[in-house]
Design a protein around this ligand. Structure first.
Ligand code: ME8
Length: 513
């Protein structure tokens, strides 16, 4: 039997109503770091993303541009795929909700939930926010200063009255609370968890899950006057990715998902509606949902009208893709809100990448090149100082694995930086450049210790900065096949000639205006 642990991770599928921006890139990069980490840890990973192409908002946006919704969706979906390529996102599957395989999965889920008695036909009368694609309860409405009503997000609402299928959400209150209670890690982090629990505790009403006032959606099985509510359709994408409803296909073993990574504004859909739909269908529930915070730009909410929407590609072109990925993962503890400031981006690039990591590597490898003809020395006798830095390095994979399990991707990075700072202090203390004149054998031992430390650092940082760390590992003489975390247990063979080192993290110099 194959005992390899499998790990299924997803991003939200993104609406196709505008070009991807830094917020979308952020979610994708965070999920990518975790997917890559689990792969390098020897697990069998399925990493899913995609585009959410139905709903009134997409239809309206397409029409306002004089386009057919499908043609418009094709165009924007392609731009999300391109963004993922530009950001080195290693998705295994990209779901588009307009694909037949997805419509089949959504219909199969609907039919199962209906067959189990959890769907009934009624009429919906109330408020709808097209911008949020959400039904808004009377008690959730917020009065604007001019007296009109809006959704809690600030989006406009309209009164709708139409026949609608309902999902018996009210029957799941107890089971959902039990789910959160018995699985404390189901929702992370704490803030969204508290909000979700109190939302459910206040009582759940049945949920309208079909619309008749527009056409751009998946037709309801056996009643094509209705299209599915876009969130019923969208959430089903996670099942499409595992080949649902064919339970015998090879992908089926990737269900249930281990982790749905989402922004905090859509935590409710993933922590309340989604598990309830799955319970109603009798399907296994995902293990966890993690809701991360929101990025603002120079202190402002990103918006087209302010013209401050950040294009991830432009930033990657300017700073380097890995510097951007590093900055986004480093700037804010994963889960919290953050602000993108150019100043901070430049400081981190220069201090943490160019100085801390870049110099450590450059100082070590240039001395091997210059003073040892580029030959990697064997491990020598270890002093206490050597043992201390090596011991810190050896526990790093275990510490990071534990952090990544907790989705603490920023803390995991901080653990690496502790070792980087300690290694810089070690090199200053040992001063191999001075040993060159007094004790070349000891100089070689010190440089070898440093190579071992940097090798572990580069191996463990691959999920965050895949391209640069691949180059660093090549400079350290690490074979392509020896880059998984388990390879760290085998020492690098001494005696090999290392490639000529080149700087990997240039300092960023702001061009003066
Ligand atoms: O909600 N900061 O799609 P969406 C951080 N289609 N993350 C941000 C962000 C920001 N400023 N802006 C967007 C939808 N995001 C639905 C999802 S899933 C079955 C259906 C990220 O295009 C964040 O992950 O509005 C957020 O949850 C997602 O983009 C919303 O993307």
């Amino acid at each position: 039997m194959d005992m390899t642990r499998r790990f299924t991770i997803t991003t939200p599928i993104f609406y196709v109503n505008g070009a991807p921006h830094i917020g979308h890139a952020y979610t994708c990069i965070a999920a990518d770091v975790m997917a890559r980490f689990h792969r390098l840890n020897g697990e069998d990973v399925l990493f899913v993303s995609g585009t959410d192409e139905h709903g009134q908002k997409v239809e309206q946006t397409a029409r306002s541009l004089g386009k057919e919704p499908q043609a418009y969706a094709d165009e924007i979906s392609a731009s999300f795929r391109q963004m993922q390529k530009d950001m080195a996102i290693s998705t295994d599957e990209f779901i588009r909700t307009t694909e037949d395989r997805h419509k089949n999965a959504a219909c199969a889920l609907w039919e199962k939930v209906a067959a189990n008695g959890f769907i009934y036909l009624g009429a919906y009368e109330g408020w709808y926010s097209t911008r949020d694609e959400a039904f808004i309860g009377e008690d959730e409405l917020v009065r604007k200063p001019d007296g009109t009503m809006m959704a809690p997000s600030g989006a406009p609402v309209e009164r709708v009255k139409e026949p609608s299928y309902f999902f018996k959400l009210s029957e799941f209150e107890g089971r959902l609370l039990e789910l959160y209670e018995n699985n404390p890690d189901f929702i992370g982090p704490h803030g969204p968890k508290r909000e979700i629990e109190s939302f459910v505790r206040q009582g759940l009403k049945d949920l309208s899950i079909s619309r008749t006032s527009f056409r751009w959606g998946v037709p309801v099985p056996n009643d094509p006057d209705h299209v599915m509510y876009v969130w019923f359709d969208a959430l089903a994408n996670y099942l499409t990715a595992v080949g649902y409803p064919d339970l015998n296909n090879p992908r089926a073993r990737f269900w249930p998902a281990d982790l749905h990574v989402v922004g905090k504004e859509i935590a409710r859909f993933h922590c309340v509606y989604w598990p309830a739909f799955l319970m109603a269908a009798g399907l296994p529930l995902p293990k966890s949902v993690f809701a991360h915070g929101w990025w603002t730009v120079e202190g402002e909410k990103m918006s087209k009208s302010l013209g401050n929407v950040l294009d991830p590609k432009a930033l990657a072109d300017e700073f380097g893709l890995d510097a951007l990925r590093f900055f986004l993962m480093r700037e804010v503890p994963f889960g919290g809100d953050s602000n993108f400031s150019r100043r901070s981006m430049i400081t981190r690039t220069n201090v943490e990448l160019a100085n801390d990591l870049g110099n450590l590597c450059q100082r070590t490898l240039s001395q091997i090149a210059r003073n040892l003809d580029g030959v990697l020395p064997e491990r020598g006798a270890l002093t206490e100082d050597d043992q201390a830095i090596l011991a810190m390095t050896e526990v790093l994979p275990t510490i990071m694995t534990e952090q990544i399990e907790r989705k603490a991707i920023t803390d995991a990075l901080e653990e690496v930086w502790k070792v980087i700072r300690a290694a810089n202090a070690y090199i200053d203390r040992q001063a191999p450049w001075a040993l060159k004149k007094t004790d070349t054998a000891r100089m070689a031992d010190v440089l070898r210790v440093l190579v071992d430390v940097i090798r572990a650092i580069a191996t463990l940082l691959q999920p965050y900065m895949p391209d640069t760390m691949a180059k660093m590992l090549t400079q350290l003489g690490v074979e392509d096949s020896e880059r998984g975390f388990d390879a760290l247990e085998t020492p690098l063979p001494g005696g090999q000639i290392l490639p000529k080192p080149t700087g990997l993290f240039p300092r960023f110099v702001e061009e003066s205006a």
